[in-house]
Design a binder for this molecule. Structure first.
Ligand code: HEM
Length: 467
């Protein structure tokens, strides 16, 4: 059979490495660049196909999506989140997605904006001039608070730290389990066949802890009242009474906080290394926020004016897409790019690799938000940080709004500069984490000049002029 080209023999060991340069990601990137739109290599008993081509990605995610199902990663995820929208296959996936969709309708999302603005204003007010921050830890705190409050209302805040500890522990376990899972997958499959509702194989303690924290919130929130200024409700109030809802809540917590926190972390990293972009962003924010006192947040109404801010967030997710790669398994023989993909083969697609493909993006490693001013210059699936098709991220509008509101609110008041020099490299795992903490010094941008003396709040532009 005609097999797509790719690395052979010992070269394939690179798959089990770490980081971008020498690890799995580096191996996949090099394979894609060297062998082209569709390549393949043998990993133990399996042949893996790697696709780096916008049209073929569209075939997998949209046109021929019914010939593919989720692959190994979803099985490992299932052991933590259980039977949820992110682990189900059709037709059960569609059924669950229909139930969850109202929580992400336009009007609902507008209601969550208030939660996002308030949480970010709280963080901005808590930072101190000259403080050294672990940016990723801060962003994780923020996004967990936001997704938690959107789900459960204000009650979540007291539990936020406990949930965070459990998720960190699960994340650590996943990083060493993920490469091993290739070997133990058949055993795990057997276990789930025999005990479809049995306890988690790998995350028993973490899942028990999450249930202990979340169950009382779930019970207390069934009659949750409206959460924002619009008449939208907390997510939980919308989903109350649905069977198996706890698994969905754990899924939202997991899928909805680490991803957005990662996108924000890399946004700060890129801004701190690209002075011109940072200046342009600050100019937009100074215009939009003129005359507002510090720590007053960007709001839902500001969104249409935060154009450059949203391009910054979009471009940051091009260079550092939080979900760096995901996989599908062919459920039948599929024709793709002139090759036949056999039944049961794994197909990898990677936003990280394709979004840096020079065939689609000029100077692909450069952080240039302006390239999004005319998005029609790229094929649609050259950029897919949220996936595509029926299993596309349900939280996309939520995450985009959260990213823009958080960036705008914090960047208006603060400038973050690296505490130590040097490039930050990428760690192993499903999420594009930095290998080491990204430490930055927060410097206050705006100072209100002796409110009492001036008697008015000055526009940031004026303040800057006087400093
Ligand atoms: C920047 C932030 C985010 C990124 C980059 C992201 C990325 C993704 C990607 C790539 C997928 C599809 C995976 C696949 O096709 O196998 C996905 C699915 C999903 N995401 Fe997100 N996500 C983000 C934020 C969120 C948020 C905020 C939520 C919820 C509040 C969320 C909930 C989900 C759920 C439930 C799914 C499964 C959807 C389904 O299978 O029908 N995500 N996400």
């Amino acid at each position: 059979m005609n097999v797509p080209p790719g690395p052979r023999g010992r070269q394939v060991l690179g798959f089990f490495g770490r980081g971008r340069e020498s690890g799995t990601l580096g191996f996949l990137e090099e394979t894609a660049r060297r062998y082209g739109p569709i390549s393949s290599f043998r990993l133990l008993h399996k042949r893996i196909y790697l696709v780096d081509d916008a049209d073929l990605i569209k075939e997998i995610l949209v046109n021929q999506q019914h010939s593919f199902e989720r692959d190994t990663g979803a099985k490992l995820l299932r052991e933590l989140v259980g039977d949820s929208v992110i682990t189900r296959e059709e037709p059960l996936h569609r059924e669950r997605r229909r139930i969850l969709q109202p929580a992400f309708h336009k009007q609902q999302i507008a209601g969550y904006a208030r939660i996002m603005s308030d949480a970010t204003a709280g963080m901005s007010a808590a930072w101190e001039d000259g403080q050294e921050l672990d940016v990723r830890a801060e962003m994780r705190k923020l996004t967990l608070e936001i997704v938690g409050a959107s789900l459960f209302g204000a009650d979540f805040r007291t539990n936020s730290e406990q949930v965070s500890d459990v998720l960190v522990s699960a994340g650590k376990k996943t990083r060493w389990l993920a490469p091993l899972f290739y070997f133990i997958e058949p055993l795990s499959d057997k276990y789930r066949q025999w005990f479809p509702h049995g306890p988690s194989l790998f995350f028993r303690k973490e899942r028990k802890d999450l249930d202990r924290i979340l169950k009382p919130l779930l019970e207390a929130n069934y009659d949750s009242s409206p959460s924002g200024e619009t008449n939208s409700k907390s997510m939980l109030a919308l989903l109350a009474g649905e069977e198996g809802i706890l698994d969905e809540l754990v899924t939202f917590m997991l899928a909805g906080h680490e991803t957005t926190a990662t996108a924000l972390t890399w946004s700060w990293y890129l801004l701190s290394r690209n002075q011109q972009v940072a200046e342009k962003l600050h100019a937009e924010l100074d215009d939009v926020f003129a005359y507002r006192p510090p720590a007053s947040p960007a709001t839902f109404e500001d969104l249409p004016k935060l154009r450059y801010t949203s391009l910054v967030f979009q471009e940051a997710m091009r260079l550092y897409p939080p979900a760096l790669a995901f996989a599908r398994r062919a459920m039948e023989e599929v024709e793709l790019g002139g090759f036949v993909i056999p039944k049961n083969a794994s197909v990898f697609i990677s936003p990280f690799i394709t979004q840096r493909n020079p065939a689609y993006f000029q100077d692909p490693d450069e952080f240039r938000p302006e390239r999004w001013e005319d998005p029609t210059t790229f094929p649609k699936f050259a950029y897919f940080p949220f996936g595509g098709g029926a299993k596309m991220c349900i939280g996309e509008p939520f995450a985009k709004m959260e990213g823009v509101l958080a960036l705008a609110t914090l960047a208006r008041d603060w400038m973050l500069c690296p505490a130590h020099g040097g490039e930050v490299s990428i760690g192993p795992g499903f999420i594009l984490r930095p290998t080491q903490p990204i430490r930055m010094i927060a410097t206050q941008r705006i100072k209100i000049l002796e409110k009492a003396k001036v008697g008015t709040l000055l526009s940031p532009r004026v303040v800057q002029g006087q400093l």
